[in-house]
Write a protein that binds this ligand. Structure first.
Ligand SMILES: [Zn+2]
Length: 228
């Protein structure tokens, strides 16, 4: 029990206490996700960022579930045998998330494109879903003010499997381009991974109506730790 909130109960007060939040570290196991500069894999960035974010949110009293906490995917042996590992993995992430009936869903990913020149963290939401759009914009603001420079805005898409099928505010956070040498180098470092997690945490605090982080409960990674 956290701050008097039972799992599944809805927080009546503004703030994170009692909020149910599902964090989805993209890819995992046989699915490395995108491969970036120096062979860095997307799955190896999404997990530590997600674990850090979960810890911050729990310290603030949120009820947090992760779709994975280790280097694995969610496909079943049957999915693999039938050659539908990717589809099965997404289906299980969806089933898990729906079963928690969350107040927010955050899926963590990295971008990668053939050209090394693109960079910047970016959020994506499902077109036409206002709460998701608002959450995406709040997270994008936090990215803009605390991470490596990004010219990007929250973007809408209508084809993404999970965002399309979830009713709660749902956002994909593409936390940077691992195809960009500078961003890849940062994203591989635990200090910058914590910075990314903290940006999303601050955005969720703001989204759920609490203006400032709880004093003393957190150690904000210092900007000087990040070599911009
Ligand atoms: Zn991805």
């Amino acid at each position: 029990m956290l701050f008097g909130a039972m799992p599944g109960a809805r927080a009546a007060e503004p703030g994170l206490a009692g909020r149910v939040i599902v964090i989805d570290p993209g890819h995992g196991g046989p699915d490395g996700g995108a491969r970036g500069v120096g062979g860095i894999l997307e799955k190896d960035i999404t997990l530590p960022v997600s674990l850090e974010l979960a810890q911050l949110l729990r310290q603030a009293g949120a009820i947090v579930y992760l779709t994975r906490t280790t280097d694995t995917d969610l496909a079943t042996p049957e999915d693999r045998a039938a050659g539908r590992r990717h589809k099965g993995d997404l289906r299980e992430r969806l089933r898990f998330t729906r079963s928690k009936d969350p107040d927010a869903f955050i899926s963590i990913h990295c971008n990668a494109v053939p050209s090394p020149r693109w960079s910047g963290a970016q959020t994506i939401y499902m077109a036409g879903r206002e709460p998701s759009k608002h959450l995406a914009e709040v997270i994008q603001d936090a990215f803009r003010s605390t991470l490596l420079p990004t010219e990007r805005g929250a973007d809408d898409m209508s084809t993404l499997f999970l965002l399309k099928r979830l009713d709660c505010p749902a956002v994909i956070a593409e936390v940077g381009f691992i195809s960009n040498p500078v961003e890849a180098e940062h994203l591989a470092k635990p200090t910058y991974q914590r910075q990314v997690a903290f940006a999303i945490y601050c955005a969720l605090l703001r989204y759920f109506g609490e203006p400032q982080p709880v004093r003393g409960a957190l150690q904000r990674p210092s900007l000087s730790e990040v070599h911009v």
